[in-house]
Design a protein around this ligand. Structure first.
Ligand code: ADP
Ligand code: MG
Length: 238
């Protein structure tokens, strides 16, 4: 069913003191897959991302990227290999234009052609061409989300992990972000969508996994997950 996994987690566990926030988790993500991750607040989703991207080193288990064990690599090395993430709360560099905001992460990337061209084309791909020379403080909530995605995409990643990229947006705005993510995925990028907006994650994902208290409790297609009794129990009680 799945192509060669681009990402693979084997027995990944993360503790804070004696509290186990995550795991053990086994999870494969296919190259070019659209994977949704759901689960209530505190279920370990962001901790999972932090283990994948290298913010945290798992206490046990391993993370593989394209078959290579990257568990010991620092975050910037993983980013350079092609693992990008957008943050739950966008924090653009203030006092800089939208365009300049992209030049900062580009400093750490190797790209073909000029960095300015790359910045322009990524900003165009998220619909921010008209905002290049505006200060980031002047962006709307939707535009901030787009800039956050653009900053993640500037290094041409193979995997994008979008942590609640649509929180607080209107239905129309959600559609816009979904369009951007679908287009990105069509270009071959695997997208991991962590999202509370259920209809969006269900519409987007080829496969959805659900976490509860740090454990992966269910996996399946959107409709399988919607009908899964364990998932229903987590979200709606008995
Ligand atoms: P989610 O993203 O699903 O809301 P998190 O991964 O942020 O959940 O958190 C999982 C659990 O780990 C929560 O109980 C949270 O309080 C705890 N946690 C997360 N980060 C830390 C940290 N740096 N120190 C201590 N506890 C943490
Ligand atoms: Mg979170």
């Amino acid at each position: 069913m799945m192509t060669e996994p681009v990402l693979s987690l084997k027995g990944v566990e993360k503790r804070f003191g004696s509290f186990r926030a995550l795991g053990p988790v086994d999870l494969d993500v296919g190259a070019g897959e659209r994977l949704g991750i759901i689960g209530p607040n505190g279920s370990g989703k962001t901790t999972l991302i932090n283990c994948i991207t290298g913010v945290y080193r798992p206490d046990s288990g391993s993370v593989f990227f394209e078959g290579r064990d990257i568990s010991h690599l620092q975050a910037h090395k993983r980013a350079r290999m092609g693992i990008a993430r957008s943050f739950q709360i966008p924090r653009p560099f203030t006092g800089m234009t939208v365009f300049e905001n992209l030049l900062v992460p580009l400093d750490y990337c190797q790209v073909e052609g000029s960095k300015h061209d790359r910045a322009r084309s990524v900003l165009a791909s998220v619909g921010l061409s008209g905002r290049l020379s505006d200060p980031s403080e002047r962006l709307t909530q939707l535009e901030l989300r787009k800039l956050e995605l653009a900053r993640a995409l500037v290094g041409n990643p193979k995997v994008l992990i979008a942590d609640e990229a649509m929180a607080g947006l209107s239905e129309e705005e959600i559609d816009e972000v979904l369009k951007i993510l679908f287009a990105l995925n069509r270009s071959g990028v695997a997208v991991i969508m962590i999202e509370h907006i259920m209809h969006a994650v269900m519409r987007f994902s080829e496969r959805v996994v659900c976490f509860e208290t740090g454990r992966l409790i269910a996996a399946g297609t959107s409709s399988e997950i919607a009908e899964n009794p364990l998932v229903q129990k987590v979200y709606f009680g008995e």
